[in-house]
Ligand binder design. Structure first.
Ligand code: NDP
Length: 327
C-alpha cells in the first residue's frame, strides 16, 4: 500500500517529535510542515520535507492523508481544531481536561460537515492514562483509581514561577510521593490529600539584587499553583539552569486498586518513565494518525477520543497478523 502521508500543523516541540516519530514508521511519510512563522526560519528534518506557510494549507488537502495538529492547547487548538477538521482528517493533543466536552462538540460538527475524522486529546494525559483509567474502572468496578504525575517538568508551573518579581529564569518539577505510591500499591486504598500525593521542586535563577527570601515566600504561598503543596525552592545560576534543566522528562502512574469475589485484592498499574514528554506524546499522535485514516476509510466520520478507537487500528499490522502474533 502507498505510505500514509502525514502533515504537521505547527512546528514546536511536539511538531519536531512528530517528524521524528514518522521516521520510525515505514508505512508513513512526511508530506509537509505548515507554520505560522516564516518558513525560511525553520530547518526541515530532511531537505526533502517542504516547510510551507500556514495560509497554503488548504491547497495541500489532496496531498495530506492525516494532518497532525501540534499547536498549543490554550490558544491554538480551540481555533485550529474545528477549522481544520472541516478540511482534513486530524489528530491533536488538546489537553485542557475541563474543556474537552466543549472542544469535542466543536470539532465533531465541522468534521462531520466535511466528511472527515478527528481524533482529539491524544497523548498520555489525556490519552494513554485515560485509556488505563477506563480499563481499571471497567474491569474492577469495586475499587479506587489513582493518578500520579512525575517526576516531570510542568510548563504551567514553570511559567508561574517565572512571573514572580525578581525571577530571571526557572523550572518546576512535579514529584510523586514515594510513600503515597507505596500505600496505593499495598492495596489498602488510602484517601490521599493533594499535599500527600505530590511535592513541587523549583529551580530558580534570581535577577541581580533580588531578595531570595521574598522570592521564595512569593512562590510557596502562590494560590492554586503552590499553596496546597510542599514546595522546595533552590537557587541556581543561569549556567546551571541551561546545563541541567534543558530536557523535558515526565511520566507518572495510573493505578487501579480493587477487590473481587471473595474480597481478593487486585492492583493494576500503568507506568510511564519518559525521557522526553513531547517526543513520547508525538509517538502516540502518530500511531493514532494511522487509526484516524483507517476509521475515515471505513466511513467513521466525526470527532473521536482514544476511548472510541479500537486498539488494533493503531498497529501497522493487519487484524489477521495481530490475532496470530499477539493473542
Ligand atoms: P510549543 O510551544 O513548543 O509549540 C506550540 C506552537 O508554538 C508550535 O506549533 C509553533 O507553531 C508555535 N511557535 C511559535 N514560535 C515558536 C518557536 N520559536 N519555537 C517553536 N514553536 C513556536 O508547544 P509543545 O509542542 O511543547 O506542546 C503543544 C501542546 O501539546 C501543549 O500546549 C500541550 O497542550 C500539548 N501536550 C499534550 C500532552 C498530552 O499528554 N495530551 C503532552 C504534552 C503536550 P508555528 O510553527 O505555527 O509557529
Amino acid at each position: 500500500a502507498a505510505p500514509l502521508r502525514i502533515g504537521i500543523a505547527g512546528y514546536g516541540n511536539l511538531g519536531r517529535g512528530v517528524a521524528a516519530a514518522v521516521g520510525q514508521n515505514p508505512d508513513m511519510e512526511l508530506a509537509g510542515i505548515f507554520t505560522r512563522r516564516s518558513p525560511a526560519e525553520i530547518t526541515a528534518p530532511t531537505p526533502a520535507v517542504p516547510v510551507l506557510p500556514w495560509d497554503e494549507l488548504l491547497e495541500h488537502r489532496d496531498r495530506v492523508d492525516v494532518l497532525i495538529l501540534c499547536g498549543g492547547s490554550k490558544a491554538d487548538l480551540p481555533e485550529h481544531g474545528p477549522a481544520l477538521a472541516a478540511h482534513f482528517t486530524t489528530v491533536d493533543s488538546f489537553d485542557t481536561h475541563a474543556k474537552i466536552p466543549e472542544y469535542f462538540a466543536a470539532v465533531d460538527a465541522s468534521a462531520r460537515a466535511g466528511g472527515h475524522t478527528a481524533i482529539i486529546s491524544v497523548g498520555w494525559d489525556p490519552g494513554m492514562f485515560s485509556l488505563n483509567r477506563l480499563l481499571g474502572e471497567a474491569l474492577l468496578p469495586d475499587g479506587a483509581t489513582y493518578t500520579f504525575w512525575g517526576k516531570g517538568l510542568s510548563q504551567g508551573h514553570s511559567d508561574a514561577v517565572r512571573r514572580v518579581p525578581g525571577v530571571a529564569g526557572a523550572v518546576q518539577y512535579t514529584v510523586p510521593s514515594d510513600e503515597a505510591i507505596a500505600a496505593v500499591r499495598s492495596g489498602r486504598r488510602p484517601e490521599l490529600t493533594t499535599r500527600q500525593k505530590h511535592t513541587r521542586e523549583c529551580y530558580v535563577v534570581l535577577e541581580d539584587g533580588a531578595d531570595a527570601a521574598a522570592v521564595e515566600q512569593a512562590i510557596v504561598t502562590m494560590p492554586h499553583y503552590f499553596a496546597d503543596y510542599d514546595t522546595t525552592v533552590r537557587f541556581i545560576s543561569a549556567d546551571e539552569l541551561a546545563r541541567d534543566h534543558a530536557t523535558m522528562p515526565h511520566g507518572g502512574f495510573v493505578i487501579r486498586s480493587g477487590s473481587t469475589g471473595s474480597g481478593s485484592s487486585q492492583v493494576v498499574e500503568y507506568r510511564l518513565d519518559l525521557g522526553s514528554n513531547p517526543e513520547f506524546t508525538a509517538s502516540v499522535l502518530v500511531a493514532y494518525a494511522r487509526a484516524a485514516a483507517r476509521l475515515n476509510a471505513g466511513g467513521q466520520v466525526g470527532a473521536k477520543t482514544v476511548l472510541d478507537v479500537p486498539p488494533g487500528l493503531l498497529s501497522p499490522k493487519s487484524a489477521e497478523e495481530l490475532r496470530a502474533e499477539l493473542l
